[in-house]
Design a binder for this molecule. Structure first.
Ligand code: ADP
Ligand code: MG
Length: 248
């Protein structure tokens, strides 16, 4: 793996985060802390607010209350576009541009948003495709790649922006089962290379073996948080016990 991750920055803290859509209170006072270079996995039932939490943390949705600190400084008065360049986001749907080559998909952000020349952006993109094992596919169209390969391109695209922290929102949920492993392995590589990450996932094996911290959400609050072993082996609340008995 090339040295493209940072360990000294990437501490993210959300405190007292609230978010409602109309009268529907989705986040009801969420605290989360991701230390630089660590991976936090967010688990919980569908509808518990996991995706909303990620979207509030990168200000795709503005929080109604609470604060967000990146590297110890509140980002709420910053330009949201600037914040989003510091946070890499990978979704269930890869959202690659179908008519552009793989390398162009990765190079586009650095070119448009970081002011790199065409050649510089291509070099950078090829480095990141190398990192995800897909340099040989640089000149293919996304449609000619498997879902797992497309998701790895989406990860390369996020990494090419040199984010301080990466968010993954059910990044493997849309993949055929045989393709899940490769994407999870890449995410585990990133974690061990010291990338700060928040990983929303139903993959309990990944949470257990890769995450430094697991956050269990239900009904818009953090019900339990802790190290994976303690949380999975010794859940303290009935709600987590019930959730685990359904998913494990
Ligand atoms: P999870 O990711 O844990 O499944 P979400 O954060 O996606 O949960 O959604 C939690 C709740 O918030 C759901 O009931 C959903 O319908 C609602 N919600 C999410 N986004 C919006 C939105 N933009 N407008 C209105 N309601 C929303
Ligand atoms: Mg979700």
């Amino acid at each position: 793996m090339t040295d493209t991750t940072a360990t000294e920055s990437g501490t993210l803290t959300g405190t007292g985060l609230h978010k409602a859509f109309g009268r529907n209170k989705i986040l009801r006072g969420v605290d989360i802390h991701v230390a630089a270079g660590t991976t936090t996995s967010v688990i919980g039932p569908s509808g518990s607010g996991k995706s909303t939490l990620l979207r509030v943390l990168n200000r795709l949705h503005e929080p109604d209350a609470g604060d967000i600190l990146l590297d110890g400084r509140s980002v709420l008065s910053d330009d949201p576009d600037e914040l989003r360049q510091r946070i890499g986001m990978v979704f269930q749907q890869f959202n690659l541009f179908p008519h552009r080559t793989v390398v162009d998909n990765v190079a586009l952000g650095p070119r448009k948003l970081k002011g790199l020349s065409k050649e510089e952006a291509r070099e950078l993109a090829l480095d990141h495709l190398d990192q995800v094992g897909l340099r040989a596919k640089a000149d293919s169209r996304p449609g000619n790649l498997s879902g797992g390969q497309q998701q790895r391109v989406a990860i390369a695209r996020a990494l090419a922006m040199k984010p301080e922290i990466m968010f993954f929102d059910e990044a493997t949920s849309a993949l055929d089962p045989e393709l899940v492993k490769g994407v999870l392995a890449l995410m585990a590589d990133l974690a061990s290379a010291g990338m700060s990450m928040i990983v929303v996932t139903h993959e309990m094996g990944f949470s257990r073996s890769v995450a430094d911290t697991v956050v269990f959400m239900d009904g818009g609050v953090v019900v339990e948080t802790g190290e994976p072993e303690a949380l999975f082996e010794n859940p303290q609340t009935e709600r987590l016990q019930a959730f685990l008995s359904e998913v494990l």
